[in-house]
Design a protein around this ligand. Structure first.
Ligand SMILES: [Zn+2]
Ligand SMILES: [Zn+2]
Length: 394
C-alpha cells in the first residue's frame, strides 16, 4: 500500500461511509460488505473477490485510528491542491483529481445503495469548500443527510388544482430489534473463536507475514450465534417513512420539486438532505394543457360554422357557453378567459377551444339534394393561386 494508493483510492467510498463515520459505523459497513463479497460465499466470482480485496484494504486503513488519521491528512492536503488543478479545466472530467470509478464504484456492489452517494458528496464538498468561484467555503460539520429522489404520478386535475399527497419513502436503516448488532434479542455477538476477537488473521509466506481479515467472522471479530429474526443477522432493515407533500396548483409534467430538508436525516445532528420529487402528470381524456392554458377540441358541423351557434362546453369545474360567430373557419380557437390553471397568486390561464369542422361520411338523399342546391349557389373556393403551378404539369 503506497501513498499513491492513498491519494487515488477513496476508502470511505469503498466502504460506502461518510468521512465523519464513527469507527463503529465503519466496522459495521465493512462487516456487511465483506460478508456480501466474501469468496466463500461467491465461489468463482472474480468480481466479488476484487470487491472483497478492496473492502479489506479500505478497512485495514480506516479500521485503524492512527492510519485513518494519516490517510485523512494526506487526502485533505492532496484535495486542496487538486482543486486548483481541477479548476483550470473547469467542467472537464479530465480535470478531476481522482479516478471517478474509485469514488463511485465501491459501496454500490451489494445492492444496498444507502451510502453509495458518499463519493458524490465527498467530491463536491471538496470542490466547493476549496473557495474561489464556488462561493463562500462551507464549514466542515456533521455530515449532511443524503438527497433523495423520487417520482410521483399525479392525475391531470390534481396537477391543475394542486394537491397534497402522502409519499412513502423507503431507505435502509438500523434494525431496531437488535440495534444493528444482528443478534437475537437477549443474546450477544460472541468473540470469534478463530481470530479471538482481533478480526484479522496472520499468514506467513516466506519472510513476509500478511494480515488479512478473518474469514470466519469476516473481520468483525465477533460472530452472531443466534440471528435477529427481524433483520436475519444483517443488522439492517428497510425503513419506510411517510411525508405529506404539497403539489402547488399548476404543477407541470416533468417538473422537479425540491423540498429542502426532507431528504435523509443528517448523521449526528447534521442537516438533512433535500427531497426531489419528479412529477409525472397523467393525461386527461378531454383536456390538454399548454403552460397555464387548458386546451379542448370541439367538433362542429359545417352548417354551425357557416350559420354560427352557441356552444356549451365543459371546463374543469363547470361549463361555459361560447359564441361561434357566423362564418367561422375550421381550426378557429375560441378563448374562455380565466378557465385554465388558477395559480395561488390569482394569475389564471384560459381555456382554449379549437373548433374542428367535421364532414359527415354519409348524408341522406334530402341532405344531398339540399347540399347540391347550396353548391350551385356558392362561388367556388379561391384556388387561383395554385393554377400557375398546376399548368406547369399539364
Ligand atoms: Zn436485527
Ligand atoms: Zn474471526
Amino acid at each position: 500500500m503506497s501513498s499513491k494508493d492513498w491519494i487515488e483510492k477513496d476508502y470511505y467510498a469503498a466502504l460506502g461511509v461518510d468521512k465523519s463515520a464513527s469507527s463503529d459505523e465503519i466496522k459495521k459497513a465493512y462487516r456487511k460488505l465483506a460478508r456480501e463479497s466474501h469468496p466463500d460465499h461467491n465461489p468463482g466470482d472474480t468480481g466479488a473477490e476484487e470487491r472483497f480485496k478492496t473492502v479489506s484494504e479500505a478497512y485495514a486503513v480506516l479500521g485503524d485510528e492512527k492510519k485513518r488519521r494519516e490517510y485523512d491528512e494526506m487526502r485533505s492536503l492532496f484535495g486542496s491542491g487538486a482543486f486548483r488543478r481541477g479548476a483550470r479545466g473547469a467542467g472537464q472530467p479530465g480535470g478531476m483529481p481522482f479516478d471517478v470509478s474509485d469514488l463511485f464504484g465501491g459501496g454500490a456492489g451489494g445492492g444496498d445503495n444507502r451510502f453509495s452517494g458518499g463519493g458524490f458528496t465527498d467530491l463536491f464538498s471538496s470542490i466547493f469548500s476549496g473557495g474561489g468561484a464556488g462561493g463562500p467555503a462551507r464549514p466542515r460539520g456533521p455530515a449532511r443527510g443524503r438527497d433523495v429522489e423520487t417520482e410521483v404520478a399525479l392525475d391531470f386535475e390534481d396537477a391543475v388544482r394542486g394537491v397534497t399527497l402522502p409519499l412513502t419513502l423507503r431507505a435502509p436503516g438500523v434494525c431496531d430489534t437488535c440495534h444493528g448488532n444482528g443478534a437475537k434479542p437477549g443474546t450477544q455477538p460472541v468473540a470469534c473463536p478463530v481470530c479471538h476477537g482481533a478480526g484479522v488473521t496472520t499468514r506467513n509466506q516466506g519472510s513476509f507475514s500478511f494480515s488479512e481479515p478473518c474469514r470466519n467472522c469476516q473481520g468483525v471479530g465477533t460472530i452472531v450465534e443466534e440471528k435477529c429474526p427481524e433483520c436475519h443477522g444483517t443488522g439492517g432493515v428497510t425503513k419506510t417513512r411517510t411525508l405529506n407533500v404539497r403539489f402547488p396548483a399548476g404543477v407541470a409534467d416533468g417538473q422537479r420539486i425540491r423540498l429542502a430538508g426532507r431528504g435523509e436525516p443528517g448523521e449526528r445532528g447534521g442537516p438533512a438532505g433535500d427531497l426531489f420529487v419528479q412529477v409525472k402528470v397523467r393525461p386527461d381524456e378531454l383536456f390538454g394543457r399548454t403552460g397555464d392554458d387548458l386546451t379542448l377540441n370541439v367538433p362542429i358541423t359545417y352548417a354551425e360554422a357557416v350559420l354560427g351557434t352557441d356552444l356549451r362546453v365543459p371546463t374543469l369545474d363547470g361549463t361555459v357557453t361560447l359564441r361561434v360567430p357566423p362564418g367561422t373557419p375550421s381550426g378557429r380557437v375560441l378563448r374562455a378567459r380565466g378557465k385554465g390553471v388558477v395559480r395561488k397568486d390569482g394569475r389564471a390561464g384560459d381555456l382554449l377551444v379549437t373548433l374542428d369542422v367535421v364532414v359527415p361520411a354519409k348524408v341522406s338523399d334530402e341532405a344531398r339534394a339540399a347540399l347540391e342546391t347550396f353548391a350551385a349557389q356558392t362561388p367556388p373556393a379561391a384556388r387561383e393561386h395554385l393554377d400557375a403551378r398546376v399548368r406547369r404539369f399539364s
